[in-house]
Design a protein around this ligand. Structure first.
Ligand SMILES: Nc1ncnc2c1ncn2[C@@H]1O[C@H](COP(=O)(O)OP(=O)(O)OP(=O)(O)O)[C@@H](O)[C@H]1O
Ligand SMILES: [Mg+2]
Length: 295
């Protein structure tokens, strides 16, 4: 099973030839050791190359996810600029639009920051109002020309259970992706209805969760997408779609220590999200003023 790695060539003077022939075994073991050293050096180089390639691929993957997510606030900003434009023309107040623009621009900055591993300062356990996030996201979609007239977005968010552990922006990203997919599915099939609901508290594995759902009356997920749910797929849509929205959603739900499931058929699709309910135990939650009812 010996393999030839290369040929060592040396020269000796004619008068040394007899002595060298006597040292044939030494020369052979010198050759074997040189080959071993060469082989391990080559292997190390190949390992290093593989590692560099896998880090580069991880980075490319992360960049694709950031690009995908940055495009969401960017299109919200673009949409709000045109809302702003028409409101200013009518000389109507634009404070609401300005604050959305501010928030979304901050979100772009934060999303890009994740690529450079700039993490937000850890503030311990936090809570946020999931219903407020859902209402905000729906408002973003309803403004301007975002959603075609044939697509109706409704909410069923009337519930007292609303506080969830974690970071509000993460839920915003999840909902924007799911609603965007639903809008795209309905727009491509003649329209229909999307509903964002708060289904209240549920127990799972001895923990209390808040269940949210995003459902639509669209054509349902293709079997090949369903079979590889929450992993990057070949998008069924034209244009710049990369088929990574649902895999990002899955990662974000995991980041919130939640669960996500999908049921889909010919008459529609529902995504059910379980998020850890805020137990209020360890630290004072950084609640938005509205959740405390003080504003
Ligand atoms: N609500 C839905 N109704 C029908 N099909 C859906 C729905 N949500 C997702 N899909 C299907 O799942 C596929 C994957 O969705 P995903 O969000 O991961 O990628 P995408 O929307 O195609 O592209 P991207 O999100 O990268 O722009 C879509 O191409 C579409 O076929
Ligand atoms: Mg998508």
């Amino acid at each position: 099973g010996a393999r030839c790695l290369g040929v060592l060539v040396g020269g000796v003077a004619a008068w040394q030839l007899a002595a060298s022939q006597k040292r044939e075994r030494f020369l052979q073991s010198f050759g074997t050791q040189a080959a071993t050293a060469l082989e391990s050096a080559l292997q190390e180089r190949a390992n290093a190359r593989r590692q560099v390639a896998s880090v580069a691929e991880e980075y490319r993957e992360a960049s694709r996810r950031v690009l995908h997510e940055v495009n969401n606030p960017l299109s919200i900003i673009k949409n709000y600029l045109s809302v702003l434009d028409s409101k200013l023309e009518r000389q109507e107040p634009v404070t609401g639009e300005m604050s959305v623009l501010n928030e979304e621009i901050d979100r772009v900055g934060q999303l890009i920051g994740t690529l450079a591993d700039i993490k937000p300062v850890e503030t311990g356990p936090r809570a946020f109002d999931a219903v407020k996030v859902a209402e905000d996201v729906v408002r973003l979609f309803r403004a301007g020309q975002f959603v075609p007239g044939s697509v109706q977005i409704t909410t069923a968010l009337h519930d007292d259970a609303r506080l969830v552990e974690g970071d509000a922006d993460t839920l915003k990203q999840i909902l924007v992706n799911l609603i965007k997919n639903a809008v795209e599915a309905l727009a491509g099939s003649g329209g229909g209805r999307i509903e964002i609901a708060n289904r209240g508290h549920v127990h799972r594995e001895r923990r209390l969760f808040l269940e949210l759902s995003v459902s639509d009356t669209g054509p349902g997920l293709a079997p090949e997408v369903m079979a590889n749910l929450f992993t990057p797929v070949k998008s069924t849509k034209d244009g710049a779609h990369r088929g990574i929205g649902l895999s990002i959603v899955h990662g974000l739900v995991k980041k919130l220590n939640g669960h996500i499931a999908c049921r889909s058929g010919r008459t529609g699709t529902v995504f059910e999200i379980l998020l850890p309910a805020w137990s209020g135990a360890s630290a004072a939650p950084a609640l938005p003023a509205r959740a405390l009812g003080s504003v």
